[in-house]
Structures are given as structure tokens and as C-alpha cells.
Ligand binder design. Structure first.
Ligand SMILES: [Zn+2]
Ligand SMILES: [Zn+2]
Length: 446
């Protein structure tokens, strides 16, 4: 069926606005919009019909009446007015409701204005417009397209989003971004609703924890589960501060975000310091209103806020892909420093034995007893690249360990009742316990 015949049969069945008619042929012709396509089709039909009428063919009148009756062709109405006696006119000038969009394209300007007024509160480099349609509206168009064999058209949802996106871009001079937009403007043309969704903001860096007894993330009070009780002085927390809270606070203020998620490459225990060049992390800020940040200034603010307990460095913008890399990098090398106390005196040869037996050694660790209540009981294989030991007193020594990430160092010292093998205690047949543990380095390929 030719384009004009197809158009006529669609218009005989339903009233269609220029947008909705032209959209069915969206792939045909470049550099013109759907409403122009629809209008051109209608005008061509009017001319063709008028030609028939002038040559005395009654079929022309029928076509003009179809075009005029749905109220979407002024030209058809005017031709009819001039050719037909007034009392025989079947048509009205009033526009009927478009079968597909219910004339929602009339609200493009209103919705654009609404979106722009909401966007004023946000900082963003690019955006995307998404359209929400009720299922019945989308289904109606699907049925329509199936019935008339439309396979090169654009759908209503797409055209709406695209049109509003184009208008917003013209006014705010920001590009539409399909893959990773800062902002999604969600439009529901049938409900007349516009909503702004601000995508999370990611900032990467490294943190050092220079004191013990600070958890990495917020630790809820085990008594009240965060509600606040006498035991936790109403704070809902086990510890007054965490690495996450110290870092996120200046960021939440600067971005006006609602909350943050803290992702780090592994974690140290509460009583373990994180020294050296620090542990890589990504801070994910939810629903930020501002995203053009002065990271140098924020670094200073975090470090002031951290009061010498927590320090950050190397802050830089990141994204979801970077976060995935960070998570994958968790098994990279780590360096630890541990001070051990022994039940019995130690000899210089003990230190040599330890270095020999633990350097280039594969350690088998069953999930430590102390975390068994929250982790599955598995056996892990962790490799130790290098160990150096130094005696501090008759029954104390310090050990530096460079190993695969994820090794439980405390258990490497104690042996964890035989669940970690080999261990310092077992090798020397001398019960050892860790007094102080520090993470010196998290080595990542960057
Ligand atoms: Zn329409
Ligand atoms: Zn509590």
C-alpha cells in the first residue's frame, strides 16, 4: 500500500494529530520533524482530493470529509466550505482528540517549562529526558501499528522524550547524554508530571586511618539497631565516628546529597590502623544537587574534619566503571605490620625460621572463629610474598607481611585453633597473639 493510501486508511479509522500521523513514517525523510511529516501528508491528500472534486469525482469529497472530520486539517475544511453548500457540511472546525496521544503534544511547552524550573536547583553537565506512559496508552499504539503494518515508525514514548529533550537543550545549552546522564528528567505527559532524578556522583581517593578504634563504616548499636537507646547515648551507633562518616560529611554538605555509600578496596578491623599511602575508596553520593566540586578544597575540609584521625588524598572524579575496577582489585597485594607477643621467650633463630617458612608460602585459612557467625565457613588459600621479622623484647617481635589481599593476619599469628595453617604459633610451637596491627599499603595497579 502506498504512503498516501495508508495515511487515508489510518485517518478513516482514527483522528490523528500531525505528530502522531507523521511519527508512523519517522524513518522517511531526514531533517524534518514528525509533525511536519504528518502535515505534509495531510496537505498532499487535500490537494489530491481537491483535484478530484474539481474534475467532478465524488470520491474527492469523501476524502475531504475524512480529513476535515477529525478536525486536524484546516485546509480540508476550507476546501469543503467553498465547494459544498453550508448545510451539507459534515465536518466541524473543532479539533477532536487524537486517538494516540489525546493531544498531549499540545503540552510540550508546558512540560518543558516545568522541567526547566525544576532543573534550576541542580548542577549538571548533561541530561536525558525519559517518558513515562501508562500501559494502556503504549498498548493502544502497539495495536495501531500492528493493524496498519507500521514498522519504520517512532513510538510515542520516544518522540515525546526526544522533543522535550531538544527544547531543553536549546534553552539551557547542555547536551543530551544517553549513556551516563547526570540528570534524568522523567516526564509523564498524561499525568502532566515532571520529576528530576539526579544520578549518583562518584569520587575516588585513598584514606589513611591513623588511630585505632574507628570502624570503616557506620556501626549501628547492637542494642537498639540504630534507633537510639541509653546504651549508645541516643546516637544509635556503637562508635561516635567512622571513616565513612568523617569523609562523607563535607561531601554531603557540598553536594546537598541525601546520603552516601562508601566503597573501599577491602576493610581493616576496628583496632587496625591503615597507614602508608592509604586504602583506595569510592564515595558514592546519592541524589546530589551540586556536582561541580572543588576536590582540592574538599580534601582539606575532610582532613580538617578528620582531626588527624582520618586523612584522604588523591581525590578525583570517578564513575561506576571505576567502582567495578575497585571491587575487582580487592585481591591485589597488601602490606601489614603486626606486633606479636609470645607465651615463651623467643630466640634469634626463631625469627629466621619464621621468615623462611612464611616467605613465598601458601596459607590455608578456614573462616576465622571470630567472624564465623556472619560469614560462611570456607577455606581460603592466600599467598604470602614476603615476611620480615624483628625482635622487640624477650617475648615480643614485629613482623612485616606482604601478601595477597584478604589474608586474615590476626589468625596467621594465633593459628585460630588450627583453622589457619601454617601460623606463627604453630611454626614456633609457641603461642603468639597480635598486640597491634597496621595496614601499611594497599598495592593496586593504576
Ligand atoms: Zn497525537
Ligand atoms: Zn542504642
Amino acid at each position: 500500500m502506498g504512503i498516501l493510501n495508508k495515511t487515508l486508511s489510518m485517518l478513516e479509522a482514527h483522528a490523528l494529530c500531525d505528530h502522531c500521523l507523521g511519527r508512523q513514517f519517522a524513518m522517511l525523510g531526514h531533517g524534518i520533524e514528525n509533525d511536519e511529516r504528518g502535515n505534509a501528508l495531510k496537505q498532499t491528500l487535500v490537494m489530491k482530493a481537491h483535484d478530484l472534486v474539481l474534475s467532478g469525482n465524488k470520491k474527492g469529497l469523501k476524502v475531504l470529509n475524512v480529513l476535515a472530520a477529525n478536525g486536524f486539517s484546516r485546509a480540508a475544511s476550507e476546501v469543503l466550505e467553498k465547494t459544498e453548500p453550508r448545510d451539507q457540511l459534515e465536518h466541524k472546525h473543532t479539533r477532536s482528540l487524537c486517538f494516540l496521544c489525546e493531544n498531549r503534544f499540545d503540552s510540550l511547552d508546558d512540560l518543558t517549562e516545568k522541567a526547566l524550573s525544576l532543573l534550576v536547583d541542580y548542577e549538571y553537565g548533561n541530561f536525558l529526558v525519559g517518558t513515562e506512559l501508562t500501559v494502556s496508552v503504549a498498548e493502544r499504539e502497539d495495536e495501531f501499528r500492528a493493524r496498519f503494518g507500521i514498522d519504520h515508525g517512532e513510538n510515542l514514548k520516544n518522540e515525546f522524550g526526544r522533543m522535550i529533550g531538544k527544547r531543553i537543550a536549546e534553552i539551557n545549552k547542555k547536551p543530551v547524554e544517553f549513556k551516563k546522564p547526570d540528570i534524568v528528567v522523567l516526564v509523564n505527559p498524561f499525568a502532566g508530571r515532571v520529576e528530576i532524578l539526579s544520578n549518583p556522583l562518584f569520587v575516588a581517593g585513598r584514606y589513611r586511618k591513623l588511630v585505632r578504634d574507628i570502624p570503616q563504616s557506620k556501626w549501628f548499636c547492637s542494642n537498639c539497631m540504630g534507633k537510639g537507646c541509653e546504651k549508645c547515648n541516643g546516637t544509635g551507633k556503637m562508635y561516635p565516628a567512622s571513616v565513612q562518616e568523617i569523609i562523607e560529611e563535607p561531601f554531603l554538605r557540598a553536594t546537598d546529597g541525601t546520603e552516601s555509600s562508601f566503597h573501599a578496596s577491602g576493610r581493616e578491623d576496628i583496632d587496625v590502623r591503615m597507614l602508608g599511602n592509604g586504602r583506595p575508596f569510592v564515595l558514592e553520593i546519592t541524589k546530589p544537587r551540586r556536582r561541580f566540586l572543588d576536590l582540592g578544597k574538599l580534601e582539606k575540609e575532610v582532613n580538617r574534619h578528620g582531626k588527624g584521625k582520618v586523612k584522604v588524598s588523591g581525590l578525583k572524579p570517578a564513575d561506576r566503571a571505576f567502582l567495578r575496577e575497585l571491587k575487582r582489585g580487592e585481591t591485589k597485594q597488601k602490606e601489614y605490620h603486626v606486633v606479636m607477643e609470645f607465651e615463651n621467650r623467643i630466640l634469634s633463630k626463631d625469627l629466621r625460621i619464621l621468615k623462611e617458612r612464611l616467605t613465598n608460602a601458601l596459607i590455608l585459612q578456614k573462616t576465622p572463629l571470630r567472624v564465623l557467625h556472619r560469614r560462611a565457613d570456607l577455606t581460603r588459600e592466600k599467598y604470602i610474598y614476603e615476611v620480615n621479622v624483628k625482635k622487640l623484647s624477650p617475648n615480643k617481635a614485629e613482623m612485616r607481611i606482604r601478601c595477597q589481599g584478604g589474608l586474615y593476619v590476626k589468625e596467621l599469628v594465633t593459628g585460630d585453633e588450627g583453622r589457619t595453617a601454617n601460623s606463627v604459633s604453630e611454626i614456633l610451637n609457641n603461642k603468639a597473639k597480635p598486640l597491634k596491627l597496621d595496614v601499611l599499603n594497599v598495592i593496586m595497579e593504576e
